[in-house]
Write a protein that binds this ligand. Structure first.
Ligand SMILES: Nc1ncnc2c1ncn2[C@@H]1O[C@H](COP(=O)(O)OP(=O)(O)OP(=O)(O)O)[C@@H](O)[C@H]1O
Length: 262
């Protein structure tokens, strides 16, 4: 089933064309990695999917409806969630902010909302930190809490913008393993500059740089057939390939000499 369907969309801020005639189809339980250069339009694409921006041309359908009508079914973890960590707020309170249509914090949260928030914290392995101040957590732990907050609304789609940008390597792997687990029941879209994510976790990759090209990379061996040994690839070549309109049309290239086995 198609959960996101983008057809011939163009978008400009004022007169500056940012995305031109793009098409994208995301299926249920896809893990889509969105990559591309700085300023290429990745965040703009997310804002269009979230219904925060409207395309000047083309159509976007999310879960069969206009994006703004599906907002309650999308969990969003924005970039740079490490801001305001000095604010004296507990982890459980941060997670409960993710409730849609719940009671206002001023009047306290209901038992159900607290249980639901605890469930979300358990899903991300942070239930023992519910009463900890958010500022006392590591970057990786904090990111888990932000994911729990997004999960609170029981989303069908989870969108993460650079989820591991300020996290060390082992923390990054843990976050992606968590996202992979969530992907068993939720469709995932991740903006990432991290090529290893694409290889290890995503089944689709979209390269965004004004235009958009996307590739099914669920069969890694087939997709990366032109890139030498299975366990040895060049990130630049990979990016170039994903940036092409259609990788299936490319002729197999000879293995570069420097890669030939001795
Ligand atoms: N609100 C805005 N008004 C005008 N121009 C904007 C606005 N937001 C973004 N832009 C411009 O749109 C272009 C695409 O920005 P966008 O943030 O979508 O890129 P990105 O691929 O997410 O970049 P990065 O990898 O650096 O986060 C950039 O040239 C940016 O300067």
């Amino acid at each position: 089933m198609s959960v996101i369907d983008i057809k011939n969309v163009s978008f400009a801020y004022d007169k500056q064309m940012i995305l031109e005639n793009i098409n994208l189809n995301v299926e249920e339980k896809d893990f889509l990695a969105i990559i591309g250069p700085n300023g290429g339009g990745k965040s703009t694409l997310l804002k269009l999917i979230l219904g925060l921006l409207k395309p000047q041309k083309g159509s976007i359908s999310v879960l069969g409806k206009a994006p703004s009508k599906s907002l309650t079914q999308i969990g969003y973890v924005p970039q740079n969630t490490n801001v305001n960590t000095d604010f004296p707020i507990k982890v459980i309170e941060v997670v409960m902010m993710g409730h849609v249509g719940g009671k206002k914090p001023l009047f306290g949260y209901g038992k159900e909302e607290i249980l639901c928030a605890m469930g979300a914290l358990t899903q991300v392995g942070m239930e023992n930190f519910a009463q900890t101040k958010i500022g006392a957590l590591s970057g990786g732990q904090r990111q888990r809490v932000m994911i729990a907050r997004a999960l609170c609304a029981h989303p069908q789609i989870l969108i993460l913008d650079e989820p591991t940008s300020s996290i060390d390597i082992s923390g990054q792997k843990e976050i992606y393993e968590l996202i992979k687990k969530l992907n068993e029941s939720i469709t995932i879209l991740v903006v990432s500059h991290d090529i290893s994510v694409i290889l290890e976790y995503a089944n689709k990759a979209a390269h965004v740089n004004k235009s958009l090209s996307y590739h099914d990379i669920s069969d890694k061996t087939k997709t990366f057939h032109t890139h030498g040994y299975e366990d040895h690839f060049c990130e630049v070549e990979l990016l170039q390939m994903l940036g092409r309109e259609n990788c299936d049309s490319c002729e197999p290239e000879p293995t570069p000499k420097w890669r030939t086995k001795k």
